[in-house]
Design a protein around this ligand. Structure first.
Ligand SMILES: [Fe+2]
Length: 436
């Protein structure tokens, strides 16, 4: 029985019990209490640019459709389920439509979810009244809101407003968007990569701010790149591939100086003053366009905002430095879908887009030089935690060195502060009446 007391025993100050990664009952409770209440990232405005454009995704276990209304232009998030017999309406990951028609009995709906037509309706008591009955419409997700084009939805009727939930992670979304001289970003093509990870969703969310693993898990790639860069000579510019991979071979000191910041509700970010991207060269024509748009001082602030991953717990990571996002979609206790989407900075030279596409291919894709290292480690962790010979997962690094700075805590880059922060939020969501 997963009482509040039993759940509290799974999360210590500096450790968590292995069951949080591999117990299907805990997974189901997470879907209800975390993914069923928090604001979950659904999609960016530019993923559905025109009337009738839609994407399909999930909020926890619920399949949903994000669609732009053909009449009003508004974005809706709808349950992907026919109001008749429950058949999934949109099967494809994306498309453009005038409405949704169920493939089974032909009930049809407008893009706002309203019932438009029922074939051969005379056997129903009042076919016209059906159009007003909530149970026959496609259900709208209770709360939908956006911040600078980033759409989130919550399955809970009540809760904090989106901006309060996002808190200081808004600054990362602002920075990603403001890196465009026009203050606008657009998704490039469709999803850049999407893969199934045979392990728990929290493995991935932890990894996004894990600075103790690159030099080990990605050590071979990092060392080979460093050896190659050494042959180039000090003043030579690096080929873009080497520029992207090189920091993954960085030292513990390099990652320590990036720093970690823990925010309320389990959000975190790595970096700030410095990140993996801070040594990236910037094309002159981009710097000129940014100076023209924002002025010298503001341009400097935007381009020196060096957060690495910002995690919006539990569903999203934003990387402003390479204009991309990672999206987390839990499927089962040991199965998770991960997506990478990349953005074009509107008004910026193509070289920046080329670099972000290169980054996605070299670092994040399932056939890349870095991502598979992580996948293998999550897989092994999931299997290792099946053993009950040791029940605990450790997060004690720099346990006594958190710096309290009002609404946030900071630590060195290799501190486990960020994991402790995630699990305090986890326990807050998971225990009833608690305020994470
Ligand atoms: Fe990694």
């Amino acid at each position: 029985m997963l009482t509040d007391e039993a759940l509290a025993q799974l999360v210590g100050e500096t450790r968590v019990h292995r069951r949080v990664y591999n117990d299907p009952d805990i997974f189901d409770l997470e879907m209800a209490r975390i993914w069923g209440t928090a604001w979950i990232f659904v999609g960016h405005d530019s993923m559905v640019p025109g009337p009738g454009d839609f994407i399909t995704t999930t909020i926890g276990k619920q399949p949903v459709i994000m669609v732009r209304d053909t009449a009003s232009g508004e974005v809706h998030v709808l349950a992907n389920r026919c109001g008749h017999r429950g058949v999934k309406l949109a099967q494809r990951s994306h498309g453009t439509t005038r409405g949704f028609r169920c493939p089974y009995h032909g009930w049809s709906y407008r893009t706002n979810g309203a019932l438009a037509g029922v074939p051969h309706p005379k056997g129903y008591d009042s076919p016209n009244a059906m159009r007003a009955e909530p149970c026959y419409q496609i259900k709208q997700i209770p709360r939908v809101d956006s911040y600078r084009g980033f759409y989130f939805a919550s399955l809970a009727e009540d809760g904090p407003p989106l901006e309060a939930f996002l808190g200081d992670t808004k600054a990362t979304i602002d920075n990603l968007t403001d890196r465009s001289p026009e203050g606008r970003i657009e998704v490039v093509g469709k999803v850049s990569n999407r893969f199934v990870q045979p392990s728990n969703w929290k493995n991935f969310v932890e990894n996004l701010v894990d600075a103790m693993h690159p030099m080990v898990a990605h050590g071979a790639t990092g060392k080979a790149t460093a050896a190659y860069v050494d042959t180039l000579g000090e003043d030579a510019s690096k080929p873009p591939e080497a520029e992207v991979i090189h920091p993954f071979g960085g030292s513990y000191d390099f990652f320590d100086t990036m720093g970690q910041t823990a925010l309320p509700l389990g959000h975190n970010y790595m970096g700030g003053e410095k990140s993996i991207f801070s040594h990236y060269g910037l094309p002159d024509d981009y710097v000129d366009a940014m100076r023209e748009a924002y002025g010298e001082e503001r341009m400097h602030d935007i381009l020196s905002f060096n957060r690495h991953n910002t995690t919006v717990y539990p569903s999203l990571a934003v990387r402003d430095g390479v204009q991309s996002i990672r999206v987390v979609r839990p499927v089962a206790v040991d199965e998770t879908i991960i997506e990478t989407w990349v953005f074009r900075l509107v008004g910026a030279p193509k070289a920046l887009l080329d670099r972000t596409l290169l980054y996605s291919r070299l670092i994040n894709a399932p056939g890349s030089m870095v991502g598979p290292d992580d996948l293998d480690c999550y897989y092994r962790m999931q299997r290792g935690l099946m053993s009950d010979l040791n029940d605990w997962v450790d997060f004690s690094r720099f346990a006594h060195d958190d710096q309290d700075a009002g609404h946030k805590k900071t630590g060195v880059g290799t501190s486990d502060l960020v994991f402790r922060n995630q699990y305090q939020a986890w326990l807050g969501y998971m225990t009833e009446n608690a305020n994470p």
